[in-house]
Design a protein around this ligand. Sequence first.
Ligand SMILES: Nc1ncnc2c1ncn2[C@@H]1O[C@H](COP(=O)(O)OP(=O)(O)O)[C@@H](O)[C@H]1O
Ligand SMILES: [Mg+2]
Length: 137
Amino acid sequence: MQFSFETEGGNFSKAGTASSEIKKILNQLNVDYRIIKRVIVALYEAEVNIVAHAHHGWILVDIDTERIRIILDDEGPGIPDIEKAMEAGYSTASAKVREMGFGAGMGLPNIRKNADEFRIESEINKGTKLEITVYFK
Ligand SMILES: Nc1ncnc2c1ncn2[C@@H]1O[C@H](COP(=O)(O)OP(=O)(O)O)[C@@H](O)[C@H]1O
Ligand SMILES: [Mg+2]
């Protein structure tokens, strides 16, 4: 099964669309709620990162009997130092984004923690690509 979503930078009211849709689908598929929770935390953080830090993004979700794989591909500034960005508490979020309650610098560490497999690649002034896989068992 495949699903796709588009995300716009700056549109916080729509952040969470993909994660709530995918939550419904995984519930319908009777996936263990602990697994669903991990998928949704990772996907939500990745969605918010596109909204907070990039211009535009595409989210591709592939579900089979064994696992869910999510690819998030954005057009944006890219991440100059991925290792630093992965550190807990590191954030370049603007004051405005922080006022809205985002920008704690825990998104990427939480994505990595909740994924079974996690890949991130980024190119300056082009964009960032994440691949998140969670196994159902
Ligand atoms: N999709 C993205 N495009 C550009 N920069 C990003 C993206 N995702 C994360 N970053 C960078 O990595 C930092 C850390 O991300 P994260 O751990 O989610 O913290 P936060 O979003 O709260 O700042 C961000 O502050 C930003 O500098
Ligand atoms: Mg974040």
